[in-house]
Design a protein around this ligand. Structure first.
Ligand SMILES: [Zn+2]
Ligand SMILES: [Zn+2]
Length: 474
């Protein structure tokens, strides 16, 4: 079975997160997107653990499912403005038992000194039992960690100490460095990270089976890094609100849904393993593919200074240097530059592009040693351009609800639904927009120094007259 997973998000107890991010909200958006496995997020937070225990129940397979009474509550009362179509989807889920499940996933922020440098590293920790989570919580508290002030706690323990603590309690737990390339808070970050997994995790490096790409890098950038050849590459949203859930995701191909299967898939899907494994198709549990943001859309793609309005590509930086011509201080080094540094410029891996039957452009590893991926633009952003209103407007939300309910989720709309169906449900312009996103024929203004990049389906000169919404009413 293939299952779409988003295993990094935050609850309302983390800083800068929407106050609506409770279990029902996360569940509802998982359904809208078409996600089958969601992170709980934030299980180190005392109030969030309480909510997890109240609303979710362990399945016995290392995942959790929403309690039936909460499904009824959602369908009867509507957690947010749920329309009929979505409600009927929930009924189907309740009946067929296909409701999204949850995995106990949290993120810990470690700030510490190592080798005369301050390190700030975010790591994801996944466990299969509430009991295990509670044992880890108790141990963190014993070591003086303050878990109550933020759903993503800031601790003074090193990445190595976190790995030791977690793996001593449960050796099947998974530790995955989060958004591994962002300058300020990550494993490879230019400001406060390391040059290798080994340097960061010491003897525990062999237990680091994967890294999470983050929004500013995509798999092909990570394929260049020798340090990652024996590690898998996963992508998740790091969502702070419902609509952002699934903006990046990982599709698992597993025999049946369990923590063990997900763990095996993570261990199985690196380049070294796939090279030695002759009968790849016989691997039972593996990563099938990932859904990616355009890395240029991430806010730390290129080098630059936001306040000085300076943005350089790595090539420009080579010519002009790392010092800002406006303020004279060093530029914030973006992800593209760090990747170029750590790839050590050996044998660049050039992806092969292939269009599938639905016109979706997939990126393949030339030797098939990595799962393929696709770059997506969130449906709300496409609809905002189609309707020429903001992506957070009611008009976009209504169109989003109609499409995702009729086509069983956003990922279907983006990747599978026929363009004719989209035309009938929405308009010709919407079908054209989806077609362009699938083919990757869009324009991108890259992000830098904390400024998000901007992706446009239509270039300025292609903008047509605003289209009155041609709904098919008959
Ligand atoms: Zn983080
Ligand atoms: Zn400057």
């Amino acid at each position: 079975m293939k299952i779409i997973a988003d295993l990094q998000i935050h609850s309302k107890y983390s800083r800068a997160v929407s106050q609506r991010m409770n279990i029902e909200e996360i569940f509802t958006w998982a359904v809208r997107k078409g996600i089958g496995l969601m992170a709980t997020g934030d299980w180190t937070h005392p109030l969030w653990v309480r909510e997890i225990k109240e609303k979710l129940v362990e399945t016995g397979r290392g995942t959790l499912s929403i309690k039936q009474k909460h499904i009824k509550e959602i369908t009867k009362e509507g957690n947010i403005e749920i329309e009929n179509a979505t409600i009927s989807q929930f009924r189907n889920f309740a009946i067929s038992n296909r409701a999204p499940e949850f995995l106990l996933a949290t993120e810990i922020s470690s700030i510490y000194s190592q080798g005369d440098k301050v390190r700030r590293i975010h790591n994801l920790v996944w466990v299969s039992r509430i009991k295990t989570a509670e044992a880890i919580i108790a141990e963190l508290v014993k070591r003086g960690c303050n878990l109550g002030s933020d759903g993503r706690p800031i601790v003074g323990l090193t990445s190595q100490e976190i790995a030791e603590l977690v793996l001593t309690i449960d050796e099947t737990a998974l530790i995955i460095p989060a958004h591994a390339w962002t300058p300020w808070f990550s494993l490879y970050g230019s400001k406060s990270g390391f040059d290798s997994v080994e340097e960061c995790f010491g003897p525990y490096a062999k237990h680091i089976y994967a890294i999470e790409t983050g929004l500013s890098s995509d798999p092909v950038m990570n394929w260049q890094i020798p340090d990652l050849h024996n590690r898998s590459i996963v992508s998740f949203s790091d969502a702070h609100s419902g609509p952002k859930i699934g903006r990046e995701a990982t599709v698992f191909d597993i025999s049946s849904l369990s923590f063990t299967a997900i763990r095996e898939a993570i261990i199985n899907s690196n380049a070294v393993h796939l090279q030695t494994e002759n009968q790849k198709s016989k691997i039972k549990n593996k990563i099938s593919c990932t859904f990616e943001f355009y890395p240029e859309e991430g806010k730390y793609h290129f080098n630059g200074h936001r306040s000085c309005n300076i943005r350089y590509t790595p090539e420009e930086t080579k010519k002009k240097g790392f010092i800002c011509p406006v303020c004279g201080r060093p530029l914030t080094i973006g992800v593209a530059q760090r990747v170029a540094e750590l790839s050590k410029q050996v044998d660049p891996v050039i992806p092969i592009q292939k269009l599938d039957a639905n016109g979706v452009r997939w990126m393949y590893h030339p030797k098939n040693l990595r799962p393929p991926y696709v770059n997506l633009v969130p449906l709300a952003e496409i609809l905002a351009e189609v309707l020429e209103v903001s992506s957070t407007s009611v008009k976009v939300f209504e169109a989003y609800e109609r499409l995702t309910a009729a086509c069983e989720g956003e990922f279907n709309v983006l990747l599978k639904t026929s363009l004719e169906t989209i035309r009938q449900l929405m308009s010709q312009r919407a079908a054209d927009g989806i077609k362009q996103v699938r083919a990757g024929t869009i324009s991108i203004d890259p992000g830098y120094d904390g400024v998000f990049g901007v992706v446009k389906v239509w270039r300025e000169e292609e903008k047509k007259e605003p289209e009155t919404q041609q709904e098919s009413l008959f």
